[in-house]
Design a protein around this ligand. Structure first.
Ligand code: PLP
Length: 407
């Protein structure tokens, strides 16, 4: 093929939709995977392709794209990049983490069974109990602290086991490899791991036996709190084909503009995650030393009940920290949260800016009081999404807010 009179194999590969092969470490892949220079202009950053339709040279003959719901070059660049980082062959982007969940659950036909870890993300729990159940799918919620309990929960019609690790907001871990080994004793069951909290920088579940990894891209992957998006990654060609069919048929696809922004965020994922972790570790050590704080929950602390598992299955400990104000109640928590100056009081997580929230009243308000109690989501439990500011400033902010809340 000739482009502006110049012919090269690489350009042919690009125009035929085949990604340029990039090898290397995480940072190299984050910056380069799926990011071929534009074959026409040489632009180093892939163009933001807003066109909804693509010209064909004869009926049915095109350059790999015909309609933007079915495929879009900006989306493809993002999908290639995420697949490389998650050690997967295929990635599929969606317009939110939630529609990623809904699309994956469409792999399960009516009359079948799903097993989910008991403290899954609130929106996932809502989808399982209030939407999937109406589509004739039965969901059991199981505490997987001991993965062997899964053996008793599997049924002949089980199709999906769904886990999240670490969980939200109490940062419990699930042993991915142990769960995968049990799941795969029964043919036809797949393991899905929601990897939102770790990001591919700190955890790659496909390498531990997961069949599909999902993310709310809204969080760490985009990382700048300005895009709502999701992604699913797999190594299995037939699962990828079915998900691609569902992505197009259900149509929960992200805009090209959001793909462009998420791809830009992804390029600094390794830099951000390192800093999130450094800051989170410094803050959790400070919190452990404070007489005004009770339990501190951070998988990077030796006091975490599953610290050894965290060291084994994760490549780091992430940026989420939860803790309890000592002898605190709702009023103390509110005083603490409103005294914060750098941390914003807000839901969500994974952005460059630090956020604090009260799960019992905010992210986990839709749970029954009994369910909150069982999960340890008390009125004194504060969740921090630690950003990439200076650790000393963040600690000083927490200290002055503790002093304002507790005498
Ligand atoms: C936010 C979140 C989701 C849902 O993603 P949206 O992009 O908000 O739809 C799913 N799982 C986890 C762990 C999340 O934090």
């Amino acid at each position: 093929m000739s482009v502006n009179g110049i012919t090269s194999k690489a350009q042919d590969a690009h125009l035929s939709g085949a990604p340029r092969h990039v090898a290397g470490g995480f940072g190299t892949l984050a910056v380069h995977a799926g990011q071929d220079p534009d074959p026409i202009t040489g632009a180093v950053i892939p163009a933001l392709s807003l066109s909804t339709t693509f010209a064909q040279s004869a009926a049915g003959v095109h350059k790999g794209y015909d309609y933007s719901r079915s495929g879009n070059p900006t989306r493809a660049a993002f999908e290639t990049a995420v697949a490389a980082l998650e050690k997967g062959k295929h990635a599929l982007a969606f317009s939110s983490g939630s529609v990623t969940t809904a699309t994956v659950l469409n792999l399960v036909g009516s009359g079948n069974h799903v097993i989910s870890v008991n403290d899954t993300y609130g929106g996932t729990f809502r989808y399982f109990t209030k939407v999937a159940s109406h589509n004739g799918i039965e969901v059991d919620f199981v505490d997987l602290y001991d993965p062997s309990v899964l053996k008793q929960s599997l049924r002949p019609n089980t199709k999906v086991v769904w886990i999240e690790t670490p969980t939200n907001p109490t940062l419990r871990l699930v042993d991915i490899q142990a769960v995968a080994d049990i799941v795969h004793t029964q043919p036809g069951v797949i393991l899905v791991v929601d990897n939102t909290f770790m990001s591919p920088y700190f955890q790659t579940p496909l390498e531990l036996g997961a069949d599909i990894v999902v993310h709310s891209v809204t969080k760490y992957i985009n990382g700048h709190s300005d895009v709502v998006m999701g992604v699913a990654i797999t190594n299995d060609d037939s699962l990828a084909d079915r998900l691609r069919f569902l992505q197009n048929s259900i149509g929960g696809v992200p805009s090209a503009f959001d793909c462009f922004l998420a791809n830009r965020g992804l390029k600094t994922l390794h830099l951000r995650m390192k800093r999130h972790e450094e800051n989170a570790l410094a803050i959790s050590r400070y919190l452990e030393s404070s007489p005004k704080v009770g339990e501190v929950i951070y998988p990077g602390l030796p006091s975490h009940r599953q610290h050894e598992l965290a060291k084994r299955q994760q490549k780091g400990f992430g940026g989420m920290v939860s803790f309890r104000l000592k002898d605190g109640d709702l009023e103390t928590s509110n005083k603490f949260l409103s005294a914060l100056r750098i941390f914003a009081l807000a839901e969500s997580l994974g952005g460059v800016e630090s956020l604090a929230e009260l799960p019992a009243v905010m992210t986990h308000a839709s749970l029954t009081p009994e369910a909150r109690e069982a999960l340890g989501v008390t009125d004194s439990l504060i969740r921090l999404s630690v950003g990439v500011e200076d650790a000393a400033d963040l600690i000083a902010d927490i200290e002055q807010a503790l002093n304002a809340a507790i005498r």
